[in-house]
Design a protein around this ligand. Structure first.
Ligand SMILES: C[S@@+](CC[C@H](N)C(=O)[O-])C[C@H]1O[C@@H](n2cnc3c(N)ncnc32)[C@H](O)[C@@H]1O
Length: 214
């Protein structure tokens, strides 16, 4: 199924539909293939007890959001999520953190200039490869929303040499074309840059942590 995502509303409603069922099996299944999620949070080079502001884009069921809140106990976290069923699950998972964690039910990037320069760190975990074709705009928006000296942290699918696998992932809204790293390196100064191959080379995933220097 090919979906044309001409605008954020269309992309958001594709996600909303996709996760109506997937949300029910998400936490049971994703540990088998969304690799590097714990590691990317540990790789954010900020002081653990600092009073910082963290942005997360595409928080899903809140798996990473919870880890962020535990790893940075004094951080305020704002997490964006478009799929209604995922929002419900993440709000439930994060309720014990109170006002410190806010789950915003809207596509990231629609608030324009209101939060420019606001955040110390921004996490995209397996969201950018599903945000098509707006992924480029969202990386640029994150660059604006970070303070100078802040960090972007990205873990995501990278590429696959197996056409059947790429097609399968495409049918699940995931683009795997090694397309994220060049723009990330262009906008941010790399601190961590890794590509790992998994399941006998079926696919590769990438991890990138970069500092905003301008
Ligand atoms: C593969 S899931 C990853 C969830 C979580 N970050 C994780 O690592 O488990 C991608 C999530 O991004 C969300 N998403 C997609 N496009 C988005 C957008 N434009 N703004 C905010 N969230 C979005 C999807 O609804 C989905 O929950």
């Amino acid at each position: 199924m090919k979906i044309s995502h001409e605008n954020p509303g269309e992309q958001a409603s594709a996600m909303d539909n996709y996760y109506k069922f997937q949300s029910k099996i998400y936490d049971m299944t994703r540990w088998t293939f969304l690799f590097g999620r714990d590691e990317i949070i540990k790789a954010i080079p900020l002081e653990r007890n600092a009073k910082i502001k963290i942005l997360e884009v595409g928080c899903g069921t809140g798996y990473n959001t919870k880890l962020l809140a535990q790893t940075f106990p004094n951080a305020e976290i704002r997490a964006y999520e478009v799929a209604e069923d995922m929002v419900k699950l993440s709000r439930k998972k994060l309720s014990s953190f109170g006002n410190r964690v806010e789950i915003v039910h809207q596509p990231y990037g629609t608030e324009l200039e209101t939060q420019n320069g606001h955040f110390d760190a921004c996490l995209f975990s397996y969201s950018l490869t599903m945000i098509n074709p707006q992924w480029e705009d969202l990386i640029k928006q994150a660059h604006k929303d970070l303070k100078t000296g802040g960090y972007i942290a990205v873990v995501d699918f990278h590429d696959s040499k197996r056409p059947w696998f790429k097609k399968h992932m495409g049918n699940n809204h995931v683009r795997m074309d090694s397309h994220l790293v060049p723009l990330l390196k262009n906008l941010f100064s790399p601190v961590v840059e890794k590509v790992h191959s998994v399941y006998m080379g079926t696919w590769q995933y990438m991890m990138f942590v970069g500092k905003k220097t301008d």
